[in-house]
Design a protein around this ligand. Structure first.
Ligand SMILES: Nc1ncnc2c1ncn2[C@@H]1O[C@H](COP(=O)(O)OP(=O)(O)O)[C@@H](O)[C@H]1O
Ligand SMILES: O=C(OP(=O)(O)O)[C@H](O)COP(=O)(O)O
Ligand SMILES: [Mg+2]
Length: 392
């Protein structure tokens, strides 16, 4: 996993423009950061570069702005957070262009500049070489410390490091890779995965190969409804991805062949809309006018029983819309149970980690990973686009 990758402490950073790709895609509500784990975890790398006398240029995406400027997805609150908690961090209103060039050329050694959301430009996601060339102007040394984004072959993760000769992984990246390396090499069994969240189309593809690595999969969150729907269960207005039916059918067939359990919700907390009143549905089928927004109590009890003999549990994706007090119970109950379980527990994902912290049990989890999709893809493939780009 790590062969051929250099680390930041092997690089000469003094007076260099050090471009650090970080994952500052943190949950923000009305301009207030809800969980700063991803920022705090990257501070070791950022402080190291600053103390080495680098001109530190930080770049990240935030959310999915679909290639245009969305003020609510600005990274400005992150610059303010770092300034308030750690040290002064200047904020650039864009990530490329003349005004940013001016900002960068005025930097002194040891100063830190955070660029605006990379995804305000569609070229970031398209891995456009010209966009990478523009970012490259701010980059004598490239550092990837964005574990949570390293499964995305986007410009700042793939195209840019491929253009740079001086490149390395940061300390957060190192911690994550070392932990997963240890986890995938001869894991203790049984090894169970709990999956949920909202990024159904992204993560469903990983399940098929995950089935060769784990002994049981428990599914909650929005992902559960596409599975239930394929099995002929009524899912009402719940989030269902029709174009994934073939993938789900394949997964269910494979599970049958392997005699492997895929455990799905048996009851739900529903509502007529996302922020509507909660209604308990005491069975698998959901009435036509309702959508499933959390797992019910019977499901929680079933999942606890199914997890009770685990030696390792890997969890990605909340069991419900945990940001709302009406739909957080399933997620918090599972978090508390994992915290009390005598197994190796790994929780990954920006939102899952935020949920575990809100539940107050993060101290009892063995590894808090800053990546959800990234940790699943690392389990699946043993590497990530962003790691490979560092090896070239
Ligand atoms: N049943 C559901 N319907 C809609 N959204 C859901 C449901 N369950 C969970 N979610 C949402 O999933 C989001 C997190 O998903 P995701 O980004 O895939 O997880 P992570 O960041 O942990 O990898 C949360 O914002 C949560 O509100
Ligand atoms: O939040 C992230 O992933 P996660 O929700 O799987 O933890 C990463 O920042 C990647 O974001 P993306 O899935 O929009 O590429
Ligand atoms: Mg997320």
């Amino acid at each position: 996993m790590l062969e051929g990758v250099k680390f930041i402490n092997e690089m000469n950073l003094k007076s260099k423009k050090v471009f650090i790709r970080v994952d500052f895609n943190v949950p923000v509500k009305n301009g207030v950061i809800q969980d700063a784990t991803r920022i705090d975890e990257a501070m070791e790398t950022i402080s190291y570069a600053k103390n080495e006398g680098a001109k530190v240029i930080l770049a990240s995406h935030m959310g999915r702005p679909k290639g245009s400027v969305k003020p609510e997805l600005s990274l400005k609150p992150v610059a303010e957070y770092i300034t308030g908690r750690y040290f002064y961090t200047c904020f650039a209103e864009d990530c490329i262009g003349e005004s940013v060039k001016k900002n960068v050329s005025n930097m002194e050694d040891g100063e830190v500049l955070l660029l605006e959301n990379l995804r305000f430009h569609p070229e970031e996601k398209a891995n456009d070489p010209d966009f990478a060339a523009k970012l490259c102007e701010f980059c004598d040394v490239y550092i990837n410390d964005a574990f949570g984004s390293s499964h995305r072959a986007h410009s700042s993760v793939d195209g840019l490091p491929r253009k740079c000769s001086e490149k390395a992984a940061g300390f957060l990246m190192k911690r994550e890779l070392e932990y997963f390396d240890m986890l995938v090499n001869n894991p203790e069994r049984p090894f169970y995965a709990v999956l949920g969240g909202a990024k159904v189309s992204d993560k469903i593809g990983v399940i098929e190969s995950l089935m060769d690595k784990v002994d049981k999969i428990l599914i909650g969150g929005a992902m559960a409804y596409t599975f239930l729907n394929v099995l002929g269960v009524k899912t009402g207005k719940s989030l269902v991805e029709n174009d994934l039916f073939n993938t789900v059918e394949k997964i269910i067939r494979k599970a049958d062949d392997k005699n492997m359990k895929i455990v799905l919700p048996v009851d739900h907390i529903c509502s007529t809309e996302f922020n509507g009143k909660p209604e308990y549905v005491d069975k698998r089928d959901i009435p036509d006018n309702l959508m499933g927004l959390d797992i019910g109590n019977k499901t929680v009890e079933l999942y606890k029983k199914e997890l009770s003999d685990a030696k390792i549990v890997m969890w990605n994706g909340p069991m419900g819309v945990f940001e709302s007090k009406d739909f957080c119970k399933g997620t918090f109950d599972i978090a508390e149970y994992l915290g009390s379980l005598g197994a190796v527990t790994v929780v990954g994902g920006g939102d899952s980690v935020s949920a575990v912290k809100k539940a107050g049990v993060s101290g009892s989890i063995d590894h808090i990973s800053t990546g959800g999709g990234a940790s699943l893809e690392l389990l699946e493939k043993g590497t990530l686009a962003g790691i490979e780009a560092l090896k070239t």
